[in-house]
Design a protein around this ligand. Structure first.
Ligand SMILES: Cc1cc2nc3c(=O)[nH]c(=O)nc-3n(C[C@H](O)[C@H](O)[C@H](O)COP(=O)(O)OP(=O)(O)OC[C@H]3O[C@@H](n4cnc5c(N)ncnc54)[C@H](O)[C@@H]3O)c2cc1C
Length: 317
């Protein structure tokens, strides 16, 4: 018996989502008194997983194919899960995680539960809390199957360290035929991605125009943050669509989300609900975002943000 987790990575390094899934898997494994088995692909920096209590790591070399490959990865995960008699498998709620999770569930005859936020409220049968209606409500879902694949919402469990040493194994898990092959990936920016960022600084129409975006970028640089924007901002071409967050954009699950000149429409909030601390800077005290904020500054962004950036810069030196 074991719990199996899929470790997402980029350039051989586990992503934050992968480490969170490992932390969560460790807690599930402890609750069942079983071992935690991780499956990663082409990991070069796998020592990081030792910090999160992984007992065994199947580090699978895809022989040159370094990009996410749903057929190969799902087959390897399913084969490892079968080999170690896994009853629980965990993936993240990233685009790749949500792609691979249901396929692994079908291959292993498991139930699939998406958007899980927190540890199970009961184990036999398994019952978990999940978000629904674009994070505006929760439901408790019970599995009628013994084997379950869970996809964990980003930032819902966090990183919990449990140092140890993972036994590293390799393995060959060929697929009978690969119908898709990713030839190349072109990133929109070299900066930290919104999905992986601990801190996100986001701008809305209140910034008046793209020529003022240095306010957002300077603050983001000081904090080592990713930059984001509201939908109209990307629709008007002020910023790239890759920065658009919300219901129709990217979800953000950062530890700190700073929204500047963003009104806080429900479609925007739907994408950032999973962020932990929300700071709002807006000149209108009635802006709806203040209701969702942990901290708010009522003021003109053009006055407040340069001062904030300078103060933070001085503090961090
Ligand atoms: C089906 C659908 C899907 C949608 N999906 C999304 C989505 O995914 N993401 C998204 O963001 N939106 C989405 N929208 C649009 C959403 O409804 C809002 O229109 C949008 O979020 C508003 O963007 P904004 O806050 O930048 O602009 P505005 O609503 O124009 O707000 C600008 C804010 O800036 C403040 N401001 C003005 N000047 C200053 C200043 N000098 N200093 C400080 N503050 C200032 C104003 O008080 C105001 O609150 C969607 C809409 C629909 C219908």
């Amino acid at each position: 018996m074991a719990v199996v987790v899929y470790i997402e990575s980029e350039n051989g390094t586990p992503k934050k989502a992968g480490l969170e899934v490992a932390s969560y898997g460790r807690a599930l494994a402890d609750a069942h008194g079983v071992s935690l088995v991780a499956v990663g692909f082409n990991l070069t920096d796998h020592e990081r997983l030792n910090v999160f209590g992984v007992d065994k790591l199947y580090n699978i070399d895809t022989q040159g194919g370094v990009h996410f490959d749903v057929e190969r990865y799902s087959e390897a995960l399913a084969q490892v899960a079968t080999k170690v008699s896994a009853s629980l498998m965990v993936v993240s709620s990233s685009a790749d995680g949500r792609y691979i999770g249901p396929i692994v569930a079908i291959k292993t005859d498991a139930a699939y539960m998406s958007n899980v936020v927190g540890l199970p409220s009961q184990y036999g049968p398994l019952q978990v809390k999940r978000t629904c209606f674009t994070n505006k409500a929760f439901n408790e879902t019970q599995s009628t199957k013994e084997r379950v694949v869970l996809s964990l919402s980003s930032n819902s469990y966090g990183l919990h360290e449990k140092p140890g040493t993972a036994e590293v194994l390799s393995g060959d898990y060929p697929v009978s035929s690969n119908s898709l092959k990713v030839e190349s990936v072109e990133k929109a920016t070299d900066k930290v991605s919104i999905a992986d960022a601990d801190i996100v600084v986001s701008g809305g129409r209140g910034l008046k125009g793209p020529e003022n975006w240095h306010l957002i970028e300077d603050l983001a640089d000081v904090l080592g943050a990713a930059t984001a924007c509201s939908k109209p901002v990307s629709d008007m071409g002020w910023r790239s669509h890759s920065e658009h967050v919300g219901q129709t954009g990217k979800p953000v699950a950062s530890n700190l989300y700073i929204a500047i000149g963003v009104s806080g429409a429900i479609q925007h909030l739907a994408g950032i609900n999973a962020s932990k601390v929300k700071v709002v800077i807006n000149s209108d005290p009635e802006a709806p975002f203040f209701k969702a904020a942990d901290y708010g500054i009522v003021g003109d962004a053009f006055e407040v943000v340069p001062v904030l950036t300078e103060k933070l810069k001085a503090r961090m030196q």
